[in-house]
Design a binder for this molecule. Structure first.
Ligand code: CAA
Ligand code: NAD
Length: 285
């Protein structure tokens, strides 16, 4: 495998998780955020998660220290110049993603593999925006990244075979179990999961049950680890709203349409766990 040095764009919920699993698996990793404050927050999340693993006896303190020594945070694109693989995990917005690919393209080497953690945009449009479509692939991780074993690997008509081989090997090297997906908006998981989550909101709008009872019903009745509203708060209502809009735009099917309540929650700044309030009040926990 040609991948030794990893770069991560964005140190939010997903970028911090991806950087964490990469350094834990021994990869030298640089993570880039837009400003120092957000970088400090994201790096703090990684340190906190590794500390928790040590507390729980899942990771030796020396291995945590070695992992942290392999991790570097930056706000400069130029620090990504020597990376073999760069995984983009910034906001779910095609214009923003295209801007960072242009900035990366200006500094990165010819052979760099560029991957997007997009949930719902087609990898083809991102690959074209990157201007190096043969070296571009989708690597869709799941939240929380340190726990969820799956990565959806998404190739396009243009992706080099060697790139697909290398990223699959990288996924296995960081302890993940990859599946191969066609480049359809939402791939496998979100094509099935997003209509379910949106339908839970519609059920709430229609008064079928309360937030708590709908969650309890799906946990106790179906054995789901989290009810849909706990999961929505966990994923982020802002991110879910962006995903729903993108998937609705792609398929024009009602099951992907964002319900009015979701839009209002986002307009009200209730993004879920990340903002302290979503369908649940997380500030009190
Ligand atoms: N980082 C590291 N480890 C974590 C963690 C985190 N953020 N959160 C939980 N864990 C670990 C805990 O330490 C615990 O480990 P041990 O059993 O070894 O002690 C284990 O996970 C279970 O955690 P808890 O006992 O605290 O809680 P739980 O049993 O409810 O599990 C969960 C937590 C794994 C998150 C579980 O609730 C779950 O699987 N939820 C569903 C998550 C899901 O569906 N994710 C996909 C979201 S969709 C997506 O990601 C795609 C997209 O594009 C939007
Ligand atoms: P988030 O809001 O937690 O984090 C996004 C981060 O990207 C923010 O910290 C933001 O400052 C940063 N950012 C924005 N522009 C940037 C730039 N130009 N350079 C570097 N950083 C920049 O969002 P998230 O949940 O981590 O989602 C990130 C990506 O992962 C999205 O494409 C999303 O669809 C996808 N995803 C999310 C989940 C989930 O459960 N939340 C799961 C799988 C995939």
């Amino acid at each position: 495998m040609s991948i030794r040095k990893v770069g991560v764009l964005g140190c939010g919920l997903m970028g911090s998780g991806i950087a964490e699993v990469a350094v834990k698996a021994g990869f030298d990793t640089v993570v880039r955020e837009v400003n120092q404050e957000l970088l400090d927050k994201g790096m703090g999340r990684i340190r906190g998660s590794l500390d928790k693993a040590v507390e729980k006896g899942k990771l030796a303190a020396a291995d945590r220290d070695a992992a942290l020594a392999r991790l570097r945070g930056t706000t400069e694109f130029s620090d990504l110049a020597d990376r073999d693989l760069i995984v983009e995990a910034i906001v779910e917005n095609v214009e923003e993603k295209a801007k960072v690919y242009a900035a990366v393209g200006a500094v990165a080497g010819e052979d760099v593999i560029l991957a997007s953690n997009t949930s719902s945009l087609t990898v083809t449009q991102l690959a074209m925006a990157s201007k190096r479509p043969d070296r571009f692939v989708g690597l869709h991780f799941f939240n929380p990244v340190p726990v969820m074993k799956l990565v959806e690997v998404v190739r396009t008509l243009m992706t080099d075979d060697a790139v697909v081989t290398d990223v699959n090997e990288f996924c296995r090297a960081i302890g993940k179990d990859p599946v191969q997906c066609r480049d359809n908006s939402g791939f496998i998981v979100n094509r099935l999961l997003v209509p379910y989550l949106l339908d839970a909101i519609r059920a709430l709008e229609e008064g079928v049950g309360t937030v708590e009872d709908i969650d309890k019903a799906m946990q106790l009745g179906c054995g789901y680890p989290m009810g849909p509203f706990t999961l929505l708060d966990f994923v982020g209502l802002d991110t879910t709203y962006y995903i729903a809009n993108i998937m609705f735009d792609e398929y024009r099917e009602k099951r992907f349409a964002p319900p009015p309540l979701l839009k209002q929650m986002v307009q009200a700044g209730r993004y879920g766990r990340k903002s302290g309030r979503g369908f649940y009040d997380h500030a009190r926990k």
